[in-house]
Design a protein around this ligand. Structure first.
Ligand SMILES: Nc1ncnc2c1ncn2[C@@H]1O[C@H](COP(=O)(O)OP(=O)(O)OP(=O)(O)O)[C@@H](O)[C@H]1O
Length: 247
C-alpha cells in the first residue's frame, strides 16, 4: 500500500455476515450496576455456540435480551437472514400438570401447527426426546432429565431456527446429561442454531463449535472452541479455565 493510500475505517454498522446474529454494544444497567456492559458479538447462524463465564457474569440476562424478554438500556440485537423464531429453554422450565403428550400438543397448538399435521409432528418430537413410551405419563412425574428433554422438544414445536438453552444439564447425573447432549447434537445437526449456557467446562468442550466467554457483563473472548480451550487469550478466561475464583 502506498503512503498516500486512503485507509477506509471499518464502520461497526457494516455487517460482515448477513446471516449472523449481531449484538451491538448491549448495555443493561440496574440501580447503578452495569449488568451488561457493552456486549459486542457476531454469532454465526450455524453450529453450537457456548456462552460461558463465572456466576453473575450476565449469561442468563444476555439470553433474555436476545429473546426480547428483557429490554437493554441501550444496544441492538439484529437477527440475520439465517434466524427465525428464537426459542428459549429456561434453567427450570415449567411443564403443565398434564401428560407428556398434552404438553407437546399444547405447544404445537400455540405454534399454530395445523391440526392435520400435529399428530405426526408430535410423534417426531417424542422420538427426538426418546419419550415415546412415556407419552401418557404426567409430565411433572418424569425424572429431571426426562423433564428437561421434554422441555427442549417442546421448544422445538415452533420450529425455531435458534434455540437458547440456559444450563439444561444443571443438577443432572452423567447418563441424563449424555441424553441431553445427544439431543442438543441432533438438534444442531438438523440445522437449528444453538446457544448454550453451561457451567460444565467439559460439556462446553464436548459440544461447542465456538465459545463466547462473558466476564463482568462483557465478552472477554469469542473464539473457536478448540482455540479457546487450548490457548485462551484473556486473563479472565485463563483464570476461569485454571479454576481460579473470578470476581
Ligand atoms: N431481574 C433482575 N433484576 C436485577 N438484577 C438482576 C436481575 N437478573 C439478574 N440480575 C443480576 O445481574 C447479574 C447477572 O445475572 P445473570 O443471571 O445473567 O448471571 P449468570 O452469568 O447467568 O450467572 P449464573 O451462572 O450464576 O446463572 C447478577 O448480578 C444478577 O444478580
Amino acid at each position: 500500500m502506498s503512503e498516500s493510500a486512503e485507509v477506509v475505517p471499518i464502520r461497526p454498522s457494516i455487517r460482515l455476515d448477513t446471516d449472523a446474529l449481531t449484538l451491538t454494544d448491549i448495555r443493561l444497567s440496574h440501580e447503578g450496576r452495569n449488568l451488561l456492559d457493552g456486549v459486542i458479538a457476531e454469532i454465526s447462524s450455524n453450529g453450537i455456540t457456548t456462552l460461558i463465564g463465572p456466576n453473575g457474569a450476565g449469561k442468563s440476562l444476555l439470553l433474555r435480551v436476545i429473546m426480547d424478554l428483557v429490554k437493554p438500556t441501550s444496544g441492538v440485537v439484529e437477527f440475520g437472514d439465517g434466524f427465525e423464531h428464537p426459542a428459549l429453554v429456561f434453567q427450570r422450565p415449567i411443564l403443565l400438570r398434564r401428560s407428556v403428550r398434552a404438553n407437546l400438543n399444547h405447544a404445537l397448538k400455540l405454534a399454530k401447527v395445523p391440526k392435520a399435521d400435529r399428530s405426526g409432528r408430535l410423534a417426531e418430537l417424542l422420538v427426538a426426546a426418546d419419550l415415546t413410551r412415556l407419552a401418557e405419563n404426567p409430565a411433572r412425574a418424569l425424572s429431571g432429565g426426562e423433564q428437561q428433554r421434554l422441555s427442549i422438544v417442546r421448544a422445538l414445536a415452533s420450529n425455531p431456527s435458534l434455540l437458547l438453552l440456559d444450563e439444561p444439564t444443571a443438577s443432572l447425573d452423567p447418563s441424563a446429561t449424555k441424553a441431553i447432549e445427544d439431543l442438543i447434537r441432533n438438534t444442531s445437526a438438523a440445522g437449528v442454531k444453538i446457544i448454550l449456557v453451561t457451567h460444565n467446562r467439559a460439556q462446553a468442550k464436548r459440544l461447542a463449535d465456538d465459545v463466547l466467554f462473558l466476564h463482568q457483563g462483557k465478552i472477554a473472548e469469542h473464539t473457536l472452541a478448540e482455540k479457546f480451550f487450548q490457548a485462551p487469550q484473556s486473563d479472565a478466561a485463563k483464570g476461569y479455565l485454571a479454576g481460579d475464583l473470578l470476581l
